[in-house]
Design a protein around this ligand. Structure first.
Ligand code: GAP
Length: 452
């Protein structure tokens, strides 16, 4: 028997078992910032490696990149983020709750276009604000809607000293790819169509960070940007969408927890935009990955602002053009949450006891093998167990645990999703076999040490 999943329970497990900590916790925390603990970082790294393998190394037409986070401030002007990357906001004067106007209107079936001016949004809001409930109080008194830019300002050496524009942290990771398009074409043997992939941090001054890792102020994005000949977007876009869907399934996510959503109101850079949504426990279906047809917007903008010719010369067709870009962009924190939520189960066992288990794809599990001596106070068992640990840990992430009774040790490993527990007992000393217990079935088999 399994219990329905609740995000509060999942968050409690992630904190209790060292996956995720609140950022700056000893100072009272910092909204929208989280730290990955020892098990969290292992799982995160496994997700990144799996993504990199599938989207870069296993693809003849993709190459990887790791660009600097700080960029010339003009980049964010050219990208459109300085002027256009803003959420319209209202504040309840009664209880200080802040809400995003577009999200509230969307709940009423009204779509506010990203390109709308503050005046147009105000008109829409005024017509509908009486239907909007305030989550903080019963009698909201709304302020005028105001657009709030999401870019995070910083300062850096020369740029700040010369008192030019502020320097910004990346609002989206992909800009580094556009800045290096020419470098990659000039130095690598790539021909259009081809893709550049990158994992990079993004920072956004989200008004109301919420839902744990779902909406943070600092997060990591795994992006691919596929450069195609103008108008060669339709088939490639379809292929990319299907590939990303397939990759999510290959991680072990259940298909019934995924769905497509096409955007009605498009973000300023996109010509067409689809999300793959995940059915997060307690929150419901919401965005996991964005797939965007960005046309020639980005390279045209950077060519205009930088003065560098970003045209591509297509030798086969003997023509010059600005390539169009098809983007996939996924928040790794959201993927982390989806993978954990999918794997999370609370089961009642035959003996009536309950166990929490993460049935993670073994490739993603933070620890692959846990090695236990049956008894802590028998040096010959401990020594043998250490031998087994030393052997396996050359190749796999392993954990040695001699603390508490075996049942408790199994529960601890189930909660972090360790696929196999290996017990060194008195039979091991006799015949050189160990008990290998499977996480999902809880069944045990005996295996010779050299066959592990
Ligand atoms: N380069 C395109 C881009 O940044 P986006 O839809 O704004 O598009 C892409 O973001 C992905 O980044 C989203 O699908 C989501 O997974 C993740 N993401 C966006 N904002 C986030 C936030 N505040 N916290 C965590 N993840 C976020």
């Amino acid at each position: 028997m399994t219990k329905p999943k609740s995000m509060d329970d999942i968050i409690a497990l992630l904190k209790r078992r060292g996956f995720i900590y609140q950022g700056s916790e000893i100072y009272g925390g910092a909204a929208g910032l989280y730290d990955f603990g020892p098990y969290g970082v292992e799982l995160l790294n496994n997700l990144k490696q799996n993504w990199w393998k599938a989207n870069v190394q296993a693809r003849p037409d993709y190459v990887g990149l790791d660009s600097a986070m700080f960029k010339n401030p003009k980049v964010w002007k050219a990208s459109g983020h300085v002027d256009g990357f803003a959420d319209p906001l209202v504040e309840c004067k009664n209880c200080n709750t802040r809400l995003r106007v577009d999200k509230e209107l969307e709940k009423l079936g009204i779509f506010a276009d990203e390109k709308m001016s503050e005046e147009e949004i105000k008109k829409l809001w005024d017509e509908n604000k009486d239907k909007v409930k305030c989550p903080g109080c019963k009698k909201p008194e709304w302020s005028e809607p105001k657009k709030f830019n999401l870019l995070v300002k910083s300062n850096l050496g020369d740029f700040t000293e010369k008192n030019e524009e502020p320097v910004y942290l990346p609002g989206e990771a992909c800009q580094g790819i556009y800045l290096n398009f020419k470098n990659v074409v000039d130095t690598c043997r790539v021909k259009i169509p081809f893709g550049i992939a990158q994992i990079g941090k993004a920072f956004r001054n989200e008004i109301s960070p919420r839902n744990f890792l779902f909406r943070c102020r600092e997060f990591e994005q795994a992006d691919t940007q596929y450069f195609v000949k103008p108008h060669d977007n339709v088939e490639n876009y379809q292929r990319i969408k299907q590939e990303q869907w397939g990759w999510l399934l290959s991680l072990g996510l259940k298909e019934e927890n995924l769905k497509w959503h096409q955007h009605e109101n498009l973000v300023f850079y996109a010509k067409d935009a689809w999300d793959i949504e995940y059915n997060y426990p307690s929150y419901g279906f919401d965005e996991l990955m964005g797939i965007h047809d960005r046309s020639d917007y980005d390279l045209s903008q950077h060519m205009k602002f930088s003065g560098t010719d970003l045209n591509y010369f297509d030798q086969t067709a003997n023509e010059k053009y600005i390539p169009w870009i098809l983007e996939t962009s996924m928040g790794l924190g959201r993927l982390f949450l989806a993978v954990i939520s999918d794997a999370y189960n609370v089961e009642t066992l035959n003996n009536g006891s309950e166990r929490t288990v993460l049935k993670l794809n073994p490739e993603l599990a933070p620890v692959k093998y846990a090695v236990f001596p049956l008894l802590k106070n028998k040096p010959e068992l401990v020594e043998k167990a250490k031998e087994v640990f030393n052997k396996l840990s050359q190749k796999y992430v392993c954990e040695f645990d001699d603390n508490g009774n075996i049942g408790k040790r199994y529960r601890r490993q189930d909660e972090i999703g360790t696929p196999k527990c290996i017990v060194i007992d008195f039979d091991t000393l006799e015949d050189g076999t160990v008990a290998v217990r499977d996480r999902d079935t809880t069944e045990q088999i005996r295996v010779k040490i050299e066959e592990l």
